[in-house]
Design a protein around this ligand. Structure first.
Ligand SMILES: *[C@@H]1O[C@H](CO)[C@@H](O)[C@H](O)[C@H]1NC(C)=O
Length: 355
């Protein structure tokens, strides 16, 4: 009976029928969540729906008295460049990686496509690309929201804050450097520049670049399993990390952020990427569908052997195993089937997946 179920699951007929009504519902919920995230990010970014917290300052405070470096787009690494790289690099990497995995079909990926194909009509290749890029985009907007919320709530000033604010020290009666100015109207500079100079903690560019780098690096290291990538993977990974660090360093060097802001941005972006990859998309591996109860009992057979060989290997064995084996484990040692037992098959699988 299990062999029959397996065969039917591979063909995909019954599962398609049962889940085709549920998939649009999930898809709808996910689209609504996605739209809400994008909308919230938009409100934080381009409107003043959430007013920034107004912090006071000390007269002649050296921490905030660096020269004004000009607007953001005159930076050496302008936001447009950061946003395009943050969008383009993971997209290109994931599309290329999925195409390679789909067509070379080295290990792991083949059964993945067949097993996951039983839930909807999408091409499995397209499904994986859309899932990984969709989660990536979701994380990107989530990072933006986190960072903007942090900036608005803390209202920490940038290193060039006093140069942008240009307080009239004579009118404020500043004598010593220890005098604290809490007035909201202390600044005489351009209000827009002053407003953006109040948004420093955490650094958005640093958070976005590290988020993108960590997500891409985890994709590269977890999915690329081809032989001969021993140096390719670290090269790509370290290059991406280096670029992300560079963004943070330039932010500090141009007096647009403090070190603490950049480190907090690194932490925010990295944490969101690690969380999404490990907990949400299962480290880019196949999703184990819940409605099939037989799959968790023998995970290594699903993960290790190509699905195509399963029916001919298992059809005589499966009934014996099903009768003898306890559901909690896969210890094959007590029952020996010399020609085709999984003990024979597993070593070859473990070698190929280790390389
Ligand atoms: C600063 O304030 C003083 C006193 O209110 C005023 O006389 C002076 O013109 C102001 N300076 C600037 C640059 O606004």
């Amino acid at each position: 009976s299990r062999g029959q179920e397996r065969g039917m699951a591979v063909e995909g007929k019954p599962s398609v029928k049962s889940s085709s009504s549920i998939v649009p519902c999930f898809l709808f919920v996910e689209l609504v969540i996605m739209a809400g995230t994008v909308l919230l990010a938009y409100y934080f970014e381009y409107t003043d729906t959430f007013p920034v917290h107004i912090q006071g300052f000390f007269c002649y405070d050296k921490t905030f008295s660096k020269p004004y470096p000009g607007p953001d787009h005159s930076s050496k690494i302008p936001p447009v460049l950061v946003y395009s790289l943050v969008t383009a690099i993971p997209t290109v990497t994931i599309v290329i990686g999925e195409l390679c995995a789909f067509f070379t079909k080295a290990e792991g990926t083949q059964e993945k496509t067949i097993v996951t194909a039983d839930c909807c009509y999408f091409n499995p290749l397209l499904r994986r690309i859309i899932r990984f890029l969709g989660v990536y985009a979701f994380g990107l907007f989530t990072t933006t929201i986190f960072v903007n919320a942090g900036q608005v709530v803390t209202g920490n000033q940038t290193p060039h804050f006093l140069s942008a604010c240009r307080p009239n020290y004579t009118a404020l009666g500043c004598q010593s450097t220890m005098q604290y100015i809490g007035e909201r109207r202390a600044c005489t500079g351009n209000p827009l520049i002053v407003m953006s100079a109040r948004k420093s903690f955490p650094s958005k560019d640093a958070a976005l670049s590290v988020y993108s780098a960590v997500y891409t690096v985890m994709y590269v290291t977890l999915v690329f399993k081809t032989k001969g990538t021993r140096l390719t993977k670290p090269t790509i990974s370290l290059t991406l990390f280096c670029l992300a660090m560079l963004v943070g360093v330039v932010r500090v060097a141009e007096y647009r952020n403090h070190w603490g802001d950049v480190l907090a941005g690194f932490f925010t972006g990295g944490a969101i990427a690690v969380f999404l990859v490990t907990c949400v998309i299962n480290s880019f591996q196949q999703m184990l569908p819940n409605p099939l109860p037989l799959r968790p009992q023998r995970p290594e057979s699903v993960l290790g052997m190509p699905m195509v060989t399963l029916p001919c290997v298992e059809s005589p064995l499966e009934k014996l195993h099903g009768d003898l084996r306890s559901p909690r484990s896969h210890d094959h040692q007590p029952y020996r089937f010399p020609p085709v037992t999984p003990d024979v098959l597993i070593p070859s699988r473990s070698i190929s997946s280790e390389v």
